[in-house]
Design a binder for this molecule. Structure first.
Ligand SMILES: [Zn+2]
Ligand SMILES: [Zn+2]
Length: 175
């Protein structure tokens, strides 16, 4: 969804949007939605910049780091972002401007803000670092790919790669 700034007055502009299932292009992202995002908030003019404040809520699934089975998450995050008009970028010189516009500063063009981009970016920022379906997830067999949480396979226990590295080192030392 694009937020048009044409209707933005000094009183600000409210927005609320419940995304539909296939509304956001998730190619290049590792997650899927079990409940697509609900985004709400307001935009205000701050000088030449636009400030967007609000909330994003979504439920999504990520693959378990070990067994790749989907694991569900809920993300609920506040957003507070600044946007500068694209054409100002080139003429931006003063350092004072930069200090005001720290990391949460983006560019908008054509008098509209692309809410889709904002949401995907914010969700990415809020994804968990590690995803496990359970503390004791056994993962996949490195040889045959069987999900060891579900069934056992016939492969022999592989050598722990850490020991293998040590063994390699020793062998090299013997040469
Ligand atoms: Zn797992
Ligand atoms: Zn196996």
């Amino acid at each position: 969804m694009l937020i048009s700034l044409a209707r933005l007055t000094e009183n600000g502009l409210r927005f609320e949007h419940q995304y539909k299932d296939s509304e956001l292009d998730l190619s290049g992202h590792e997650f899927l939605f079990t409940r697509p995002p609900l985004a709400s908030g307001r935009v205000d003019r701050v000088g030449v910049d636009i400030r967007l404040r609000g909330q994003i809520r979504a439920e999504l699934e990520l693959p378990c780091d070990r067994c790749l089975e989907p694991v569900g998450f809920e993300i609920e995050t506040p957003v507070d972002l600044f946007f500068s008009p694209g054409e100002y970028e080139a003429g931006k010189t003063g350092e004072t401007e930069l200090t005001e516009r720290d990391l949460d500063f983006s560019v908008y063009e054509n008098d509209e803000i692309n809410l889709d981009e904002v949401i995907l970016e914010q969700l990415e920022l809020n994804l968990p670092m590690h995803v496990l379906c359970g503390e004791d997830c056994k993962g996949l067999c490195p040889q045959c790919g069987t999900n060891l949480n579900v069934e056992k396979c016939q492969c022999e226990a592989p050598i722990d790669p850490r020991w293998q590295a040590l063994a390699d080192l020793r062998n090299r030392g013997d040469e």
